[in-house]
Ligand binder design. Structure first.
Ligand SMILES: *Cc1c(COP(=O)(O)O)cnc(C)c1O
Length: 249
């Protein structure tokens, strides 16, 4: 089998320049916060992109020495990673979408880190499916830091988040390693910053109150707000359109 031309990063200068632009935005924001951009995982939010589009982006981020992951929104999309272009490349696969209990089995099968535990029945379904499959999975608790009704997640208070973290801690198969949010959908940077900062403060409070050393991930920041997220402590930024171009319809 020959390697398809699209797997050669040399051949898509637009992809190279988009990725380098994203990396320099991350690095500049990290420098302002006294952090190292190379410590921040770049998660490719792939939506409906094809393996032919995803594989060269993975190769490029690797060649730039970045921590990376590929994140899917839909359980069905995770199946595309059986494609030969992606199957053997060893990139961690995450799940970032709205979870449904009837898809928990598929998500557990593929998602090494599940970002979007946003309800108690989802935590239960994932636990049951991980037990049945004999798999251990890391998970993040999704928090609604913007107050926007369209967004899932627990309320941004310790009283809301601590019980689910404790519940997950009690599981033999799921390990809660941090929090995830989708920032406020507004051009008001101060509002975005406030929502992202509240996630960091919440993580610190949960970690300290429960004495958890390994509760440190903050999945926050997308194409439009990744600088603010990095300044506010993001450990994983989830980037789609800034790398792949405008979202497919
Ligand atoms: C699509 C998506 C992203 C990436 O969004 P862009 O604005 O295209 O970077 C990040 N997180 C989640 C949960 C998404 O659904």
């Amino acid at each position: 089998m020959t390697t398809p031309a699209s797997a050669d990063p040399q051949l898509d200068p637009q992809l190279v320049s988009r990725i380098d632009e994203v990396l320099s935005r991350i690095d500049a924001a990290a420098a302002r916060a006294g952090r190292d951009g190379a410590d921040i995982t770049v998660l490719l939010a792939t939506k409906l992109r094809t393996p032919e589009q995803i594989a060269p982006a993975v190769d490029l981020l690797r060649s730039r020495g970045r921590l990376l992951a590929v994140g899917e929104n839909r359980a069905q999309e995770m199946a595309k990673h059986k494609d030969p272009l992606l199957a053997g490349n060893g990139v961690p696969r995450h799940f970032i979408g709205r979870l449904q209990t009837n898809k928990a089995r598929d998500v557990v099968a593929f998602g090494e880190l599940i970002h979007s535990v946003d309800r108690d029945d989802i935590a239960e379904a994932l636990e049951r499916r991980a037990e049945m499959a004999g798999l251990h999975r890391d998970v993040l608790v999704q928090v609604n830091t913007s107050g926007e009704e369209s967004k899932g997640g627990y309320d941004p208070t310790p009283d809301s988040v601590i019980p689910v973290v404790q519940r997950l801690r009690g599981s033999q198969v799921l390990r809660p390693v941090g929090l995830m949010t989708i920032g406020a959908n507004t051009s008001d940077d101060a509002a975005v910053r406030a929502s992202l900062r509240s996630l960091r403060e919440l993580r610190e409070e949960v970690r300290d109150r429960l004495g958890l050393d390994d509760f440190e991930q903050l999945s926050m920041g997308m194409s439009g707000d990744l600088e603010i997220a990095v300044e506010e402590g993001a450990t994983i930024v989830r980037v789609g359109s800034a790398i792949f171009g405008p979202r497919p319809a």
